[in-house]
Design a protein around this ligand. Structure first.
Ligand SMILES: [Zn+2]
Length: 415
C-alpha cells in the first residue's frame, strides 16, 4: 500500500530560486548553500532554515511567505513539483473524514509535511498519486469522503465548505457510513448485532471494496429464505438476503465460540465439521466474486480443484453422510484440507468461506499459516485491488483507495 512511502518523506530534490538570479541546490530536502546544509524543505513547501541565510529572519515558514522564493524539481516520490503552485487558492483547515490537514494556498499538507494535493476555490479536491504517477487526480462522488473546510479564499474572503456523500450521515466516519448503507436494517439492530456486522465488514469497508461491490452488485437485507440456510446471494439481483433466525444463531456461535468452531455431525457423531461463524462476510464474499476479473476467478477455481481432490483422497465422505462438506474426526483437525468444512461444497462456497475467514484478525492469521496460497490470493484482493477486480472498476477503485489512504483508512497495517 502506498501509505508507508507517504510517511517516508525524505523531501524534494531540485533547486530553490531567490529573486531573478540566485539558485540554491536542494537534495532530498537538504537545502545546500555554498556546500553547506543550511536547512530543510519538505514536499509541502514547509521550510526550516538557519536564521537569515536566505534573506528571511524566520526559521520555520511555508515557502509562500516570501514573495521572491520558489522551488522547482521533484517531490519525495519523483512527481514533478513547483512551489508555490501558480494558482489562486484557499488556505485554512481541512477535516477529511475527520482527519485534519492544513491547506496553504490550496496545497493540502499533512502533519508530516507531505504534499497530498490541491483544494481549490470551487471546493474541488485533486490528489497527487505516487502509485500511478499522476499529479492531479480529481476526486468525484465515487472517491470523495465527507469533508469540512474552514478558512479563506486567496483574497482573504471567508470560505467555509462542507461536503457530504450522497445518503451519508455527516457525523459518521466513512467506514460506519458504508456499513450502514450496505446493511439495510442496520439501525434496527441491537448493539451486539451491530458489533457482529462491524466485525464482518470493517476490513472490506476500509479498503473501498465494500463500496465498490455495493454499487456494482447490491446490498444486504433480512428476508425469507426457503431451505433454512443462513443467507443467500441472488445470482440475478446480486443482493444478499439474510435469515433473521439464522443470523441470531451465527451471532451466538461467534461470541461464544469465536470466529471458528467445530460442530458435531449429527449423522456421524464421531465426525466434526469445522465452521466459520461469519455469515455477513460470507455472503459478501459471493458478491465480491462477481466483481473479480476472469484471471482471479480462474485462480480461485484452480485452488479449489486441487484442494477438493486432496480432500476426497484423504477424507472421503463416510457412509451415512449425505452432505458435501469436509467432515473429519477430532484428531484429524490439524490435517484437514479446507479451512472450513463448508468450503468443500463448491468453488463459490470455498471463496465465500475464505473471505469470511479473512475478515477478522484471528482467523485471518490462522488462515495465513493454514493455507498460505489461498491467504495470498485474498491479500492481493485487498492490497492490489485494481489488478484483481474487473478492468471497468480499476480506475474507480484506485481513486477511491487513494482518497482512503489520505484519510488513513486504507493503510499499511490494515491486515
Ligand atoms: Zn454461500
Amino acid at each position: 500500500m502506498n501509505n508507508s512511502t507517504l510517511t517516508k518523506n525524505p523531501g524534494p530534490s531540485g533547486f530553490i530560486q531567490i529573486g531573478e538570479t540566485e539558485f540554491i541546490i536542494v537534495d532530498y530536502g537538504q537545502v545546500i548553500k555554498d556546500g553547506l546544509v543550511i536547512g530543510k524543505i519538505y514536499d509541502d513547501g514547509f521550510m526550516q532554515v538557519k536564521g537569515n541565510t536566505i534573506g528571511n529572519h524566520r526559521n520555520n515558514f511555508f515557502i509562500d511567505l516570501i514573495s521572491n522564493l520558489s522551488f522547482r524539481g521533484q517531490d519525495s516520490f519523483g512527481l514533478s513539483l513547483e512551489l508555490p503552485e501558480k494558482i489562486k487558492a484557499p488556505s485554512g483547515d481541512l477535516y477529511y473524514d475527520g482527519k485534519l490537514f492544513k491547506v496553504v494556498n490550496g496545497r493540502i499538507c499533512s502533519s508530516e509535511h507531505n504534499y497530498l494535493g490541491i483544494f481549490d476555490d470551487l471546493g474541488d479536491i485533486y490528489l497527487r498519486c505516487p502509485k500511478s504517477r499522476r499529479n492531479s487526480v480529481k476526486l468525484d462522488e465515487n472517491s470523495l469522503l465527507n469533508f469540512k473546510f474552514t478558512g479563506q479564499h486567496h483574497d482573504g474572503e471567508k470560505f467555509n465548505y462542507d461536503y457530504t456523500k450522497t445518503l451519508n450521515r455527516p457525523n459518521r466516519s466513512y467506514i460506519e457510513n458504508e456499513i450502514i448503507r450496505y446493511f439495510e436494517d442496520y439501525d434496527s439492530l441491537t448493539s451486539i448485532q451491530k458489533k457482529y456486522v462491524n466485525e464482518n465488514l470493517t476490513l472490506w469497508a476500509a479498503c473501498g471494496i465494500l463500496q465498490t461491490v455495493r454499487k456494482s452488485e447490491g446490498n444486504c437485507a433480512f428476508g425469507d429464505i426457503r431451505h433454512g440456510a443462513s443467507g443467500v446471494t441472488g445470482v440475478r439481483t446480486g443482493n444478499v438476503t439474510l435469515d433473521k433466525g439464522e443470523f441470531e444463531t451465527e451471532i451466538k456461535l461467534f461470541f461464544h465460540e469465536g470466529p471458528l468452531c467445530n460442530l458435531m455431525v449429527l449423522s456421524n457423531p464421531n465426525h466434526i465439521e469445522t465452521r466459520v461463524n461469519m455469515v455477513v462476510s460470507h455472503e459478501f464474499g459471493h458478491q465480491l466474486e462477481f466483481v473479480l476479473n476472469q484471471k482471479a476467478q480462474n485462480r480461485i477455481a484452480e485452488l479449489y480443484k486441487t484442494r477438493f481432490e486432496k480432500s476426497q483422497k484423504l477424507f472421503p465422505y463416510p457412509s451415512g453422510y449425505d452432505g458435501r462438506s469436509e467432515i473429519i474426526t477430532r484428531n484429524q483437525f490439524q490435517d484437514r484440507i479446507f479451512y472450513s468444512g463448508y468450503s468443500k461444497q463448491s468453488s463459490e462456497e470455498f471463496f465465500a468461506e475464505s473471505i469470511a475467514a479473512f475478515s477478522v484478525e484471528k482467523t485471518r492469521l490462522d488462515l495465513k499459516t493454514f493455507d498460505f496460497e489461498l491467504y495470498s490470493l485474498i491479500e492481493q484482493i485487498v492490497t492490489d485491488s485494481s489488478q484483481m477486480l474487473r478492468s471497468v472498476l480499476s480506475d474507480s477503485i484506485n481513486d477511491l483507495q487513494l482518497s482512503l489512504s489520505i484519510a488513513d483508512i486504507y493503510k499499511e497495517n490494515l491486515i
